[in-house]
Design a protein around this ligand. Structure first.
Ligand code: GAF
Length: 381
């Protein structure tokens, strides 16, 4: 892909590009906890968005997106969203400049192998890769965390998705062989080795393409905020669900609308699962970790209502396949992938069984990705 990209770039723009690789992410546990100021446990994966880029000494950004076979040009002075994938680039270029940084025009080709809409954060990878590329080209001196926050702001203001920080953080801070326990309030993080050579992280694509912005994602966030506003009457110092213990929530159950109670209850138990899960990982106890994953799926499906029939089927069916340690839907939901931890020798039969069963029911073969945890955004050439 890199050679192809270099060739395409010199044919289109008549010069040599710098190429940045920006990975998608998996999240082992801690879903919908980032915007509740809680913890997450993501890692960067071996699927990437590639940004081939070179300055053009104008004030124009000229982009060609190979996967969509679409091109687009915009002035670096644009401050309004437009539409589709270009909003990620417009937003990043705008928010970098809002920080007082000076950039110039660039020629860009975007390509990649992160399946779009599969819940592996191709959009966060795009923002992270483009931001990183501008930072390098124009020597802006922005830190990886600042670039992650710029990507998140772009989602909020140019795309309309009130996401947390997990995806952008993971794409920029990933480290091969490690997951990252990120405290989404303080933005402090630690690397935890994911060193289980006998096991693989396997994603199964439900083939339901999610559209988070037009989906219920923002509604979930509002429901959590509604819960907090009620609980704050009793706990004035509490600013997010991260600070609420299950017993405190139960004590005030009757004051919360039932749906808000369910949403909050998922989040406060997910925090506990994540902490137990991290402890289990550090003790090399994958079996306990897997149990937490199954419980997370149950919560996401029944209490947080962000699953769908296909994802429920994949998570429940996986549970019955020998060699599967844990399985659950991953990411924002309403489609995308499940994440499964599977014994290495069981990956092949697992793949065959789950594809056949899914196909029997939904008349479509789900794609299966056996992933590796890799480094975050970097210069490839
Ligand atoms: C999406 C969001 F972008 C993340 O911030 C996070 O909330 C995730 O859904 C759910 O954990 O990927």
């Amino acid at each position: 892909m890199i050679k192809k990209l270099q060739k395409a770039f010199s044919e289109r723009f008549n010069k040599e590009p710098m190429i940045i690789g920006a990975p998608g992410r998996v999240n082992l546990i801690g879903e919908h906890t980032d915007y509740n100021n809680g913890f997450v446990l993501p890692g960067a994966v071996d699927k990437r968005i590639y940004v081939a880029i070179a300055p053009n000494n104008t004030d124009k950004v000229n982009v060609f997106a190979n996967q969509f076979n679409e091109s687009y040009s915009f002035s670096i002075n644009v401050s309004e969203p437009h539409q589709g994938w270009m909003n990620y680039l417009l937003g990043v270029s705008y928010h970098i400049q809002q920080k007082g940084k000076k950039i110039g025009g660039v020629d860009v080709i975007i390509d990649g192998d992160i399946p779009v809409g599969a819940g592996m954060s191709s959009s966060a990878a795009l923002c992270s890769g483009f931001g990183f590329a501008l930072n390098e080209l124009f020597q802006l001196g922005l830190s990886r965390m600042e670039l992650a926050l710029i990507g998140q702001k772009t989602e909020h203001t140019f795309v309309g998705l009130k996401c947390g920080i997990m995806d952008q953080f993971a794409s920029l801070h990933g480290k091969a062989g490690h997951v990252m326990k990120l405290d989404c309030r303080s933005l402090e993080y630690e690397y935890i080795p994911f060193n289980f050579p006998g096991h693989k992280i396997v994603l199964v694509n439900s083939m339901v393409s999610h559209s988070l912005a037009s989906s219920e994602y923002n509604v979930r966030r509002q429901q959590c905020e509604e819960g907090i506003a009620i609980l704050q009457k009793h706990y004035p110092n509490v600013t997010s669900l991260r600070d609420i213990e299950p017993a405190q929530l139960l004590q005030h159950k009757e004051e919360l609308p039932p749906i808000v109670f369910d949403r909050c209850s998922y989040v406060v138990y997910e925090k506990e699962r994540l902490l137990k899960g991290c402890e289990a990982l550090t003790n090399n106890d994958l079996a306990t970790f897997g149990k937490m994953m199954f419980a997370t799926h149950e919560g996401l499906s029944k209490k947080y209502s962000v699953s769908c029939t296909e994802l429920d089927f994949l998570a429940e069916f996986a549970q019955q396949i020998p060699g599967v340690v844990g399985a659950r839907m991953m990411g924002g939901g309403f489609g995308g992938c499940t994440i499964n931890i599977v014994q290495a020798e069981a990956v092949e039969p697992f793949t065959q069984k789950i594809q056949a069963a899914f196909n029997g029911l939904f008349k479509q073969t789900p794609e299966v990705y056996v992933t590796q945890i890799e480094d975050g955004v970097k210069i490839i050439s």
